[in-house]
Design a protein around this ligand. Structure first.
Ligand SMILES: [Zn+2]
Length: 445
């Protein structure tokens, strides 16, 4: 019964993949920073980029042909920080104890419709997240490819899902071993975990060939890099409180020893940093109409967005606090620009669905914030595609427009390297060789 239901779902969700599809006369942006290649045809066969050739060179065939003169093709985007299991905030500001499946499915469609063909979920209930990963892989739901870190390992007693409190080295080992056995793609450690337990998590995970990513607090970025962490999320704050980070930014000396030491540790160990600027911007500018009155809010069910005003982390801030936060913002942009210039590996992530961070559209806002920070659009596009694929060790499968890779592509009406906002001019999203228009992806709730 259940299997026949799943089969029906699968048939409904996945359009019959044309064995062969030809994209005709596009400009290829390979995602690795190569020069644009105009007038190319791309042959997709069984979900894979089979051939890329000058327009007209490939034989015409009886398969599906999309005539796309003037369009740009990039690799599908990777949101490196998208929580899959959406626990809506309630109107009183509390977090719902259960995830909302309808909202999750909507959120996955929104991501895909905005060109995100792969996401890394940096923290969700392990077993449920693995189920969504499988449903996405099998084509039973319309979704980007999912990688998940499972439950978030944290050293405090705060224990709603998806947090897993740990107090001792044994706790850490037990949890990491369980998650490894369950089949997660990474281990996520959180702000209250002290350096000695971060070290245990890294050693245990690495012994199982799993990378470790951290939203750090008690353990500094420099310490974590030296301990061998693979990736770091958000900003390098040393303050627990949100407003404390504003003061931290104000005081930060971009040329001081703290920065020098951190940059040296991050670059020498090739640590991947996922700044998630929008996760911070949406807080420091949490009073801004571009969030509070955004038309993007209508893309989500009201069961999700109704709780955002009360659930947002700055709900209690005064106008004076917001003013200080706005004034501190350029410092964060300068910090990220400094990372880029120093050669730190950066990626594009959002922390959706934290309040005001709408799945999919927030990815484009994040790319725009990175460009505003002073990183060229072409470099941001590379971070969003091949850079992310390399960080996930998936570069032989996705992340560039290259023969032999999975056909995860975005067809754009304008050149994103000429203006990153053009990355939103999406005509088709091709995922695993299946082309869909954004409106088609969003046709269902
Ligand atoms: Zn997060």
């Amino acid at each position: 019964m259940l299997s026949s239901l799943l089969l029906t779902l699968a048939l409904a969700a996945a359009p019959a993949p044309n064995a062969e599809i030809l994209l005709v006369d596009v400009t290829v942006l390979d995602g690795r920073g190569g020069a644009p290649e105009p007038h190319r045809d791309i042959l997709i066969s069984d979900g894979v980029i089979a051939r890329i050739a000058p327009t007209g060179e490939l034989p015409r065939f009886a398969g599906r042909v999309l005539e796309l003169p003037g369009r740009f093709v990039t690799p599908g985007f990777v949101d490196m920080h998208a929580h899959v299991l959406l626990h809506p905030w309630k109107a009183d500001g509390g977090l719902s104890p259960r995830y909302d499946r309808t909202a999750v499915l909507r959120s996955l469609r929104l991501l895909l419709a905005h060109g995100v063909t792969t996401l890394r979920d940096p923290g969700s209930e392990t077993e449920a997240a693995l189920t969504f990963r499988k449903l996405a892989k099998d084509g039973a739901i319309v979704s980007p490819r999912i990688l998940t870190a499972g439950r978030i390992v944290n050293g405090s007693s705060f224990d709603p899902e998806p947090f897993q409190p740990v107090a001792t080295a044994d706790d850490v080992r037990r949890e990491v071993e369980w998650q490894a056995a369950a089949g997660v793609d990474a281990i996520k450690v959180y702000g209250s975990l002290p350096p000695d337990l971060v070290q245990v998590a890294i050693e245990t995970a690495h012994a199982r060939k799993l990378p470790v990513i951290g939203h750090l607090g008690r353990t500094s970025w420099t310490e974590a890099a030296r301990l061998g962490i693979d990736g770091i999320e958000h900003g390098p704050w040393t303050s627990d409180t949100l407003f404390g980070r504003v003061a931290w930014l104000e005081k930060l000396d971009l040329d001081g020893p703290f920065m020098k030491e951190m940059l040296a540790a991050l670059t020498s160990r090739q640590v991947v940093v996922d700044p998630t600027l929008i996760a911070m911007h949406s807080k420091l500018f949490g009073d801004d109409p571009s969030y509070r009155q955004s038309p993007d809010l209508a893309l989500l069910p009201t069961s999700v967005t109704d709780g955002w005003p009360a659930g947002s982390f700055t709900a209690s801030w005064t106008p004076a606090q917001y003013a200080a936060a706005h004034a501190a913002w350029p410092k964060l942009e300068a910090l990220v620009k400094r990372f880029h210039e120093a050669g730190v590996r950066l990626t594009v992530g959002t922390d959706t669905p934290t309040p005001w961070v709408v799945p999919g559209t927030s990815f484009h806002r994040e790319m725009a914030l990175l460009v505003e920070s002073g990183i060229p659009a072409g470099a941001v596009l590379k971070m969003a595609t091949s850079g992310a694929a390399e960080a996930l060790h998936l570069e032989k499968e996705v992340g560039s427009v290259q023969e032999g890779l999975q056909a995860d592509l975005v067809v754009l009406r304008a050149d994103p390297t000429a203006g990153i906002a053009n990355a939103r001019q999406i005509e088709w999203v091709v995922h695993a060789g299946v082309p869909r228009r954004p409106a088609e992806i969003l046709a269902e709730p």
